[in-house]
Write a protein that binds this ligand. Structure first.
Ligand code: COI
Length: 355
């Protein structure tokens, strides 16, 4: 593709935005007026087009459906008090999409298609970006294999699509999680570091079992020994133990979360000690026993910060200090909101404005 080719834009006849209170819709169920679609065929990407959000006809032999060549990203746009639209670290999501693409034998998306499509889409649909304190427009870029073929091989054709939906809080309350020591999410040499659809599909059964026991999410442990914690649900996992921020180091079993990295950078900037390393279950419960486990929380794009109030392990529940007593995670939550909403200096150059 050549970057001079313009994006074709077909606008919706009448916006649907007035049908909703964008500050108050369930997560991931109401989609904005438009979507961006680009195609890969004949060995190259072709400039994409924006069109009204719609269902698309699909072959039942679509290879993504059968063999899981499907990857996605999650990112957010925020509205400032003057009505500008701020994208939070979109280039990091762009890069990570391509890391997932390489691992799944899919073609990398050119930056001008990803960023160009995103910018035009957000320009058209900016009325869909919530302006409430905790609201944002959740952006879901994804790529699927589109060959109509049942043979097991990497597809020759793909679609890269961006859809968006207004979002409020992902978890309305602090969460109760259970350490999972039977099933695992990712294995060394596998695809745990990618955002491939299969990582999420495989998590649903263990999560359902945990939910039947009264927990919202599981804490995933390493596949070999089940003695080190890795992630929680669809989020990276963090602890504050004895005033040190501790989080599992990224590896091929752990997603390099953008929120994870933002929290770490801010914490270091504030002079807090941060340790990225293996974190054992034993260490967590020893710290709990000694009164040193001050905070536990999940971090991710959808949830931002999800405070963990209870950790279940081997049939016993361990209660953590109440949120009002936590010094770090509420402060980091607020700091991230201030940056995203453009209320403070963007010291780390995380914001890209929709132009
Ligand atoms: C995100 O935080 O964007 C995620 O990946 C979670 C999502 C699957 C809802």
């Amino acid at each position: 593709m050549t970057s001079t080719e313009p994006i074709k834009i077909q606008k919706i006849a009448k916006s649907r935005v007035g049908e909703y209170d964008v500050n108050n819709v369930p997560f991931g169920k109401v989609f904005s007026d438009h979507m961006f679609v680009a195609e890969y065929k004949d060995g190259k990407w072709h400039q994409g087009a924006i069109m009204p959000y719609q269902d698309v006809p699909m072959s039942l032999a679509l290879s993504a459906l059968h063999y899981g060549q499907a990857i996605f990203e999650g990112m957010k746009a925020y509205k400032t008090s003057s009505g500008e639209i701020n994208l939070f670290r979109p280039l990091d999501n762009f890069k990570r999409l391509n890391i997932s693409a390489v691992r799944m034998a899919m073609p990398e998306v050119p930056e001008e298609i990803f960023m160009g499509g995103l910018n035009e889409l957000l320009k058209l649909d900016k009325a869909w970006v919530p302006d409430s304190e905790t609201g944002s427009l959740y952006i879901r870029p994804f790529m699927i294999a589109t060959d109509e073929a049942i043979g097991v091989k990497a597809s020759d054709t793909y679609k890269f699509i961006i859809i968006t939906c207004p979002a409020g809080k992902y978890y309305s309350e602090p969460i109760k999680v259970m350490v999972e020591t039977n099933y695992f999410r990712a294995v060394e040499g596998g695809v745990g570091f990618t955002k491939c659809a299969g990582n999420y599909g495989r998590s649903l059964f263990p999560t359902k079992l945990a939910q039947q026991k009264g927990y919202q999410q599981v804490i995933w442990t390493d596949a070999k020994t089940h003695s080190y914690v890795e992630e929680s649900g669809t989020m990276n996992l963090m602890f504050v133990i004895d005033n040190i921020l501790i989080t599992p180091a990224t590896s091929d079993t752990i997603l390099a979360g953008v929120t994870r990295d933002s929290v770490i950078q801010l914490a270091r900037d504030w002079g807090m000690m941060v340790e990225e390393r293996k974190v054992s279950i034993k260490e967590i419960f020893d710290a709990h026993k000694n009164g040193k486990l001050q905070e536990a929380f999940g971090v991710g794009t959808a949830a931002t910060i999800a405070h963990i109030v209870t950790i279940g392990f081997e049939g016993k529940d361990y209660e953590l200090p109440p949120i009002e007593q936590r010094k770090f995670s509420p402060k980091i939550d607020q700091a991230l909101r201030d940056i995203r909403k453009g209320r403070v200096e963007d010291k780390f150059r995380w914001i890209i404005k929709v132009a």
